[in-house]
Design a protein around this ligand. Structure first.
Ligand SMILES: Nc1ncnc2c1ncn2[C@@H]1O[C@H](COP(=O)(O)OP(=O)(O)OP(=O)(O)O)[C@@H](O)[C@H]1O
Ligand SMILES: O=C(O)c1ccc[n+]([C@@H]2O[C@H](COP(=O)([O-])O)[C@@H](O)[C@H]2O)c1
Length: 547
């Protein structure tokens, strides 16, 4: 007897900002592939645009993205647009969207099998097998599962294990490697269908928006009806592209606030974007310090000289026995607990309030949020409302901290970077490449690659080799000596560079066509950090020392 095929619905989640022909092609490719397995019968396709709460830069209103998707899909007799996700007040996890659709699909199935039950109430042999729902995506989507703190592990488990994925190739990405690199994905590899698109189509919604902003033609990349809609509503402009600029992607913010999470990459990322205010009031030795930001607020209410139990919920969720006392005109706090040497010092210098946060060097990583909060505030007589200066000045706190907390003189010497370092994480690298105007295909290759840094250091003389299977790059410099760099094979620009020591950090300013360009290198334990900055993008790469 021939086995009956499993009815299958394909669900694609994304910004669809705007929907492109390639988005629609994904469905056709996936349907052919799933039919070729002989196991499935694709019975429907759903496009589910993300809600406005997603916070992605340049995201135009959901009502427009929905309207464009509906216009585009008028030509399909099996793919529809669903508004449920886009209408949720906040951004919705993909797995929640999947559960919602699957619940609806199952209800319909039950209703239809109800009509086909035998006398004992069991589905009759005439009923079709239980339908399935699978997530349809491009290869770049699969890579996002590896982005630290973007997805919850349980959700990846449910998406890949319970539902299943159909992933269409994109650019030079290697989805099979993404599956192999992840324990969860490889455990469910039988439920992940990789579809090879032989007619490569590199259309990306970002590139379409860019072309539209520049007044260039996007005909044949997106349907005519969508082009007309965009022009009618003047949708993709310089202004619309600035929408959500600097906003933390909602999944990252949401993940960071999960109970029991360590102070991690996501929190660090959020913290760097914050503009916290300090609101300090006092009545004699009774002091209240409020640290206010759009992400988290933190209040301290204490009497100088009196020990109290401090609950650092929302910071690193530890408890400390805290005592704050005067040291001359400095307010010094000692926080006894799990982390040795923990505490802070507040003092005023001219019209600036300084806050220096400390813990032992070995614990720096666990305390990155604390370090990030080490801001310098301007325009402030002590204990009145303050205006924050540049939040990125927190970086200086690391240096102060190193100097303050290092017991041995060796620890305050500039660091030794020599060695081989393997890339472990590469946060916002694609944004950094975009701001350097690196083309789509190169970006996609670059973000998928592993990198090795080989650094040779002879006191202040450095050679840094960056090696990958795609391109190698070598840079030699002497700290304190300005040099010309041609970023050959990268963005091919000429820049004037100067590398200096800031404590044990190596800091480079790169003057040229691009504003605010530079990098910083520092070491924490067996990790090498590289912070790459250009305009308003800050990318952090973390390397592990190769034994
Ligand atoms: N050219 C393409 N090839 C394969 N998959 C694609 C392609 N374009 C989009 N997709 C897939 O379509 C889904 C929705 O994509 P999304 O709305 O993010 O558009 P996008 O073109 O990837 O946008 P952006 O350019 O901003 O990255 C994702 O799973 C994405 O991987
Ligand atoms: O569910 C999650 O945890 C999750 C984390 C990150 C991204 N997503 C979804 O992945 C999609 C990414 O779309 P885009 O346009 O950013 O490529 C979008 O639908 C998001 O809601 C989902």
């Amino acid at each position: 007897m021939a086995t009956r095929r499993i009815p299958l619905v394909l669900l694609a989640c994304g910004s669809f900002n705007p929907i492109t022909n390639q988005h629609m092609r994904l469905f056709e490719l996936a349907r052919d592939h799933m039919h070729s397995t002989g196991q499935y019968q694709v019975v429907g396709g759903i496009v589910s645009p993300v809600s406005d709460g997603y916070g992605k830069q340049g995201l135009v209103l959901a009502q427009h993205r929905i309207a464009m998707a509906k216009l585009a899909l008028q030509s399909s007799d099996w793919v529809t647009v669903d508004e449920w996700e886009s209408q949720q007040a906040d951004w919705t996890e993909t797995v929640v969207t999947m559960r919602n659709h699957y619940g609806r699909i199952l209800k319909e199935y039950e209703r239809s099998t109800g009509e086909n039950k035998d006398s004992s109430g069991n589905p009759s042999p005439l009923s079709s097998p239980c339908p399935q729902l699978k997530l349809l995506c491009g290869a770049d989507f699969l890579d996002t599962f590896q982005v630290p703190d973007l997805w919850l592990d349980d959700h990846v488990e449910e998406v890949a294990g319970h539902f299943g994925l159909i992933c269409v190739s994109r650019g030079g990405l290697h989805p099979e490697q993404a599956v192999a690199a992840s324990d969860t994905l490889s455990r469910h590899s039988h439920n992940i269908f990789l579809v090879r698109e032989w007619v490569r189509n590199e259309t990306s919604a970002t590139e379409v928006r860019r072309a539209l902003r520049r007044g260039l033609s996007v005909k044949y990349l997106i349907p005519d009806s969508v082009i007309e809609y965009i022009h009618q509503h003047n949708l993709y402009t310089e202004d619309s592209e600035r929408r959500n600029k600097g906003t933390v992607l909602r999944p990252l913010a949401k993940q960071a606030t999960q109970p029991g999470k360590n102070v991690n990459v996501a929190v660090r990322k959020i913290a760097t974007l914050l503009k916290p205010d300090k609101d300090i009031s006092h009545d004699g030795d009774h002091i209240v310090i409020k640290t206010l930001s759009t992400f988290k607020n933190y209040n301290m209410d204490f009497h100088v000289g009196k020990e109290f139990e401090e609950d650092l919920s929302g910071v690193d969720d530890r408890k400390c026995m805290t005592t704050i006392s005067w040291d001359g005109d400095k307010l010094v706090c000692v926080q006894k607990g799990e982390i040795e040497g923990r505490g802070w010092t507040h003092w005023v210098d001219g019209d600036e309030l300084h806050l220096q946060l400390g813990s032992q060097l070995s614990n720096l990583l666990a305390h990155s949020l604390l370090l990030l909060l080490a801001l310098r505030f301007s325009v402030l007589p002590l204990f009145v409302h303050s205006q924050p200066a540049n939040p990125c000045i927190y970086l200086q706190a690391l240096i102060i901290l190193h100097t303050q907390t290092s017991a041995s003189p060796a620890a305050i010497m500039p660091a030794d970077f020599s060695g081989k370092w393997i890339l472990e994480s590469n946060d916002i690298f694609e944004e950094y490449l975009k701001v350097l105007d690196i083309d789509f295909a190169t970006r996609k290759i670059a973000i998928s690659l592993s990198q090795t840094k080989v650094i040779s250091q002879d006191e202040d003389k450095f050679t840094v080799k960056t090696l990958s299977t795609f391109r190698n790059y070598e840079l030699s410099f002497t700290v304190g000596v300005e040099f010309d760099e041609h970023t050959k094979g990268l963005d091919n620009r000429n820049i004037k560079c100067l590398v200096t020591w800031e404590g044990d950090k190596l800091v480079c300013t790169q003057k040229g066509e691009k504003a605010n360009r530079g990098w910083k290198h520092w070491i924490e334990g067996d990790k090498l950090f590289l912070e790459l900055t250009c305009e308003d993008v800050v990318c952090v790469q973390v390397f592990k020392r190769k034994a």
